[in-house]
Structure formats: structure tokens, C-alpha cells
Design a protein around this ligand. Sequence first.
Ligand code: GDP
Length: 212
Amino acid sequence: MHILHTAKFLKSAASLRDMPADHGREVAFAGRSNAGKSSALNALATHKGLARVSKTPGRTQLLNVFALDDERRLVDLPGYGYAKVPVGVRDQWRGMVDGYLRSREALKGLVLIMDSRHPLKDFDRQMLDYAAGIAKPCHVLLTKADKLSRNEAARTLSAVRKDLDSATSDAAAVSVQLFSSTAKTGLDEARAVISGWLDLPSVTGGPASPKA
Ligand code: GDP
């Protein structure tokens, strides 16, 4: 069993003031609505309850926090997917997510979930810009890869990788992989990245890297 399995719902925060104390290590998950974020969180943490929480009406605009232990958390950021989202909602979203990303010291990396059939939308570029602006690493999951043929998947991966490499001056800060919550592919690769950010033992069972 992977350690992410221990993720338990901690709280939903309506504002930064509601967030747990800013200590330890956090990994945040972002994605346009319907990209497959809840399914990805579920698949990674093998915990059906995670998606239920994130999908509960009224909680989709909140920061949903899951604790692995006292020092490590996963944070599900609210996403919006449609250009026609009301300006007020978008401003509120921007304020909270922007505030979280810019101020959170515990944040060690951002997992950005994109539908592999529709990658790099405005929302995604905005999140990549945020991550670059705060100098935090970003790992992109191109999910629903099961909906693509092997060739299409390979082409998409290489096109997105190329785009990201040309858009950022620091290639190490952004990585990308294929993923499918349904077919359960790409789980180990994603868990290895997240485990590294959280300073957890890797999926292969090795010890966590010693702290400097
Ligand atoms: P969220 O709004 O980003 O949390 O998206 P969900 O996780 O709720 O997924 C949106 C829709 O895409 C649902 O109908 C899921 O069943 C479907 N979905 C999510 N991940 C996958 C996947 O890896 N493969 C396939 N085929 N469908 C998926």
C-alpha cells in the first residue's frame, strides 16, 4: 500500500485564514473542471472518499485539504473550466488561489491535471505562469490517456513537453506525463514525483532522502 493511501479529509477552507498552519509540506492539485482532477486524486490516493469531498456541492469553490500525517498534506484547489464563468466568481477564485500559491511556504509543488485531448487551455497556462512566478515545480498529468490511441498519446506527450520546454527557462521546474485514472496508468510515475516533494519514501519502497 502506498503512503498516499493514508490521505484523510481534513477540512475545506473558504479563505486562506481557514487553512491549517503553514508548516510541513503540501502538494496542490489544480485543473479545469471536468479535466479529471477528482478521479486522479482518487486513483493516486486509492481513496474513493477524496473525490466525494471535492465534488460535494458547495465545496467545489473551496480549498479542500487532505492530511497524510501531521506534516504532509494534499490540497485540492478549486478549478473553473469555462470562459463564461461570471467575473465575480473568477475574481474570487483568483484571489484565493493566487493568495494561496503566492504565500504558502509549505507548498512544495503543483500537480496540474489536463485532459489529454484538450491540453494547455488558458486556465492551464495561467496555472503554469503562477507556478513559474513563485518558482515552484509543476508536474502535468495528461489524463484520460486511455481515450487516445498509443500514437496519439505519444504525439500529445511530446507536443506538450515541447511547448512547456519552450515556455519556461527552467526545464527542471516543469515535467509532464501521460496518466489515466480509469486504466490506472501513470500512477507510479506521478506518485514518485509527489512523494519526492513531500519527502516521503518512493513507491519502490526506498527510504526518504535524508534531510539536509
Ligand atoms: P474534475 O471535475 O476535474 O474533478 O473531473 P472528474 O474526476 O470528476 O472527471 C470528469 C469526467 O471525466 C468524469 O465523467 C470521469 O469519469 C471522467 N474521467 C476522469 N478521469 C478519466 C480517465 O482517466 N479516463 C476516462 N476515460 N475518463 C475519465
